[in-house]
Design a protein around this ligand. Structure first.
Ligand code: ACM
Length: 263
């Protein structure tokens, strides 16, 4: 299965330009499953909840969703992408999954990072797993990586590939996703953005790029640079994530000492 990421440099607030650029890049990509960054259509640093609301879209019929569905149908591709989702009077930092048959699902970020807590409502969706034919996939968003339970829950529910739209500012995630992949024997695709935003004076954010595809054994199959928009595609065999045997006598899930763990 050919999977990958598109590492972007969005223009804050210009949904049309950001979406159209991503669609053009997707159209030229030879891949079956592609992940776009967190909030890829809007940019990241909202000044207020009101501003976020004014740029928020419906997860199924908004411009981002409709455009991604169209290209997914045309290219027979599955796409996960982070959007600023409007649900009645709430905004969620969400990721949608679309495919050749249209909309598949939405995940709303469970663990909000820093000032996101002033803008977005905390996610109210479970960590869901979707069978897309060649793989079972699940979504988590950026800072969810800090909570090993997120990836673990997806893995326990049968995910073979974690789709991980991100807007990373701290430097740790690319290395941490090696561990998340290894400790769950799953593939992961982290799509990040590059560039900076300083929409609040003195609060410049610098995004670290370094999007990557990581294998079930912790091998980094493809890693982007830190500064430029780029795409990466690699071939993976999602079936390799199915067995949780580490040695003939060790199974990652069965060996867990739940009697000793605090949950
Ligand atoms: C983040 O969760 N966007 C750091």
């Amino acid at each position: 299965m050919k999977v990958g990421f598109i590492q972007t440099l969005p223009v804050f607030g210009d949904i049309l330009a950001n979406v159209d650029k991503a669609v053009a890049r997707l159209s030229s990509l030879d891949a079956e499953l592609v992940v776009l960054p967190e909030l890829f259509s809007t940019g990241y640093q909202f000044r207020s909840k009101e501003e976020a609301m004014s740029l928020a879209e419906d997860a199924k019929v908004g411009y981002a969703a409709a455009s991604l569905i169209e290209v997914a149908k045309k290219k027979k591709m599955f796409i996960a992408a982070g959007i600023n989702e409007k649900v009645k009077r709430k905004v969620f930092n969400s990721s949608i999954l679309v495919g050749p048959k249209g909309f598949i699902g939405v995940y709303r970020k469970a663990h909000l990072f820093w000032n996101e807590k002033k803008i977005f409502s905390p996610g109210d969706t479970p960590f869901e797993v979707y069978d897309i034919g060649k793989a079972k996939v699940g979504m988590m968003i950026c800072f969810d990586w800090v909570f090993p339970e997120a990836a673990r829950t997806l893995a326990l529910k049968g995910a073979e590939v974690i789709l991980h739209p991100s807007n990373l500012v701290l430097p740790y995630c690319p290395q941490a996703m090696i561990t998340r992949s290894l400790e769950n024997r799953i593939f992961s695709i982290t799509a990040n953005r590059v560039g900076t935003e300083e929409r609040i004076k003195g609060k410049e954010l610098k995004f670290i790029g370094t999007s990557q595809v990581t294998a079930f054994n912790g091998e980094v199959l493809c890693r982007a640079g830190r500064r430029k928009p780029e795409a990466g595609v690699v071939e993976i065999d999602p079936k390799k994530a199915r067995t949780k045997d580490i040695t003939p006598l060790n199974n990652l899930f069965k060996d867990r000492r739940k009697d000793l763990f605090l949950l």
